[in-house]
Ligand binder design. Structure first.
Ligand code: ADP
Length: 480
């Protein structure tokens, strides 16, 4: 198949979160499967400076209609490996910036223009390059207009640019909601600024366009696919999602086992496998040492890694910090973001420095060490489209303690409810239920044969991208 992806992030050229990993791994796996893959990414400063992009050549000079203006842009291409072409859509005014979406304080004011331009540039390049795509796959609000713009261009030029389009929602909480004036920049027919089109309570909603106009809609777990049809999780778009249930599916992301694998991981002090867990103990000691805790401590270590946001359930943990002081346990958390949460975590650590350790930074090595060196991994998210860390922790034999939402439900099984197949401990997304889960983890730690059995089941699970990509492959074929 000829497959075209368009996204605002692509590992290793631009990453702020799971989207980059997912698009990077999905495209690489599709190339391994023998498909011909093209990926479009904005020509951000970092992407252009990446060593793999050093040989990029200018292939197209574009004139893109934006309302009553024509704006120019360049398309550079390079091929990091056979059957994979990366297209960088360049316009310095839009993409030659330090960050992809905002300056850290707030989003860029011209984000609607930046991503309308990007989507239009992808369509125009597909036409000029005669890419003849079987599938065009777009991701999240930044590229959600593409399926619609593509069909409009086909009508206008009397050509076929793609057989089918697929749109993936990685997080429905981010919708690309802009003032109505930006609609004119799309040059779409006026009737599309309506309830059946892009209009959303007087504004323009990019994500809504992706949900309505792609041939297939996917999201990143079966459970989240159900949840986004409800007011509790749909963030106002549940009604729109419901109109597409016949074409909606939930496909779990995979784990990049070249990066997350305890038997080959160079970022941890000792390697280990399900057959020989001795190295995990070395990692545990090193984790405690690096966190300023007693390395000889024999009780359970609870670890956590996340963006400090409401979504990740940080407040539920904050409400339970006394658990770690009343019980003989240790807690280490790596994360940055919300200032209030950072301060409250700091306060908890200052009050119990021998038990709680906070690393308020982004630290790739420490994230691997926490996955390897903890006994339990906390992820009490309020919502979680897919989640990666609960999968990483199982691969590392670290029992996940998760809330019963989204992708966490699809990737973890409670070991009390299912003693034969359980791989973790599950709770409701509230502080009382989390407390109970922390206690159950403590009890599991005290029952060594049962703990060992749960760990073995965790490490036997297959979360590889091969499985995930096979599901997308089947979806593409079905759509075609
Ligand atoms: P989300 O994409 O919602 O942030 P995921 O669990 O899908 O959550 O993926 C988050 C990724 O970012 C994981 O690989 C996680 O280890 C990593 N991560 C989050 N915070 C940090 C941090 N402070 N330092 C290092 N890695 C982090």
């Amino acid at each position: 198949m000829k497959i075209v992806h368009a996204a605002s992030e692509l590992y290793p050229y631009m990453k702020t979160g799971g989207l980059a990993d997912a698009v990077g791994a999905l495209t690489a796996t599709f190339v391994n499967m023998g498909h011909e893959v093209s990926v479009f990414l904005p020509g951000y400063r970092d992407a252009l400076a990446h060593p793999l992009a050093a040989g990029a050549e200018r292939r197209f000079r574009l004139k893109i209609e934006m309302g009553d203006q024509f704006l120019s842009g360049d398309v550079l291409t390079f091929s990091p490996r056979k059957n994979l072409t990366v297209f960088l859509v360049c316009r310095d005014e839009y993409y030659d910036r330090r960050y992809p979406y905002g300056n850290g304080e707030r989003d860029y004011e011209d984000n609607s223009d930046r991503f309308i331009f990007f989507c239009k540039a992808v369509v125009e390049t597909m036409r000029l390059a005669d890419l003849g795509a079987d599938i065009v796959h777009t991701h999240d609000w930044q590229t959600a207009l593409l399926p619609l713009l593509l069909r409009e261009a086909e009508r206008r030029f009397g050509v076929t640019l793609a057989m089918k389009t697929v749109f993936t929602i990685h997080n429905i909480a981010f919708q690309g909601l802009f003032s109505a004036v930006c609609f004119a920049r799309t040059n779409l027919p006026d009737e599309l600024f309506s309830m059946d089109g892009l209009e959303y309570y007087g504004q323009v909603n990019f994500l809504k366009a992706g949900i309505l106009f792609a041939d297939r809609v996917t999201t990143v777990s079966p459970r989240y696919a159900m949840e986004i049809q409800t007011p509790e999780f749909g963030c106002g778009l549940e009604g729109v999602v419901q109109t597409r249930i016949d074409d909606l599916s939930g496909l779990i992301n995979g784990v990049d086992t070249d990066v997350w694998n305890p038997s080959t991981d160079k970022l941890i002090p000792a390697r280990y496998s399900a057959r020989d867990l001795a190295g995990k103990n070395t990692c545990r000691r090193e984790l405690l040492r690096q966190c300023g805790l007693d390395p000889t401590f024999a009780g359970p270590v609870y670890g956590m890694i996340c963006r400090l946001t409401e979504q990740k359930g940080v407040d539920l943990v904050l409400a339970n910090t006394d658990f770690f002081t009343k019980r003989d346990t240790r807690f280490v958390i790596l994360g940055s973001g919300d200032r209030r949460m950072e301060a409250e975590l700091g306060k908890a650590a200052a009050a119990a420095p021998a038990r709680i350790s906070v690393c308020a930074r982004h630290d790739e090595s420490m994230s691997h060490l926490i996955e390897a060196g903890s006994d339990f991994f906390l992820m009490p998210s309020l919502f979680e489209p897919c989640g990666l860390n609960q999968m990483y922790s199982q691969v590392y034999g670290t029992v996940p303690v998760v809330s019963r939402v989204g992708g966490l439900v699809d990737t973890v099984r409670d070991s009390d409810e299912d003693p034969e197949a359980g791989t973790g401990i599950m709770c409701e997304p509230d502080a009382v239920s989390l407390r109970d889960a922390l206690e159950r983890a403590l009890a599991l730690f005290g029952d060594k044969p049962r703990l060992a059995a749960v760990q073995q089941r965790c490490m036997a699970r297959d979360f590889s991208w091969k499985t995930a990509a096979a599901a997308y492959d089947a979806l593409y074929r079905d759509a075609l």
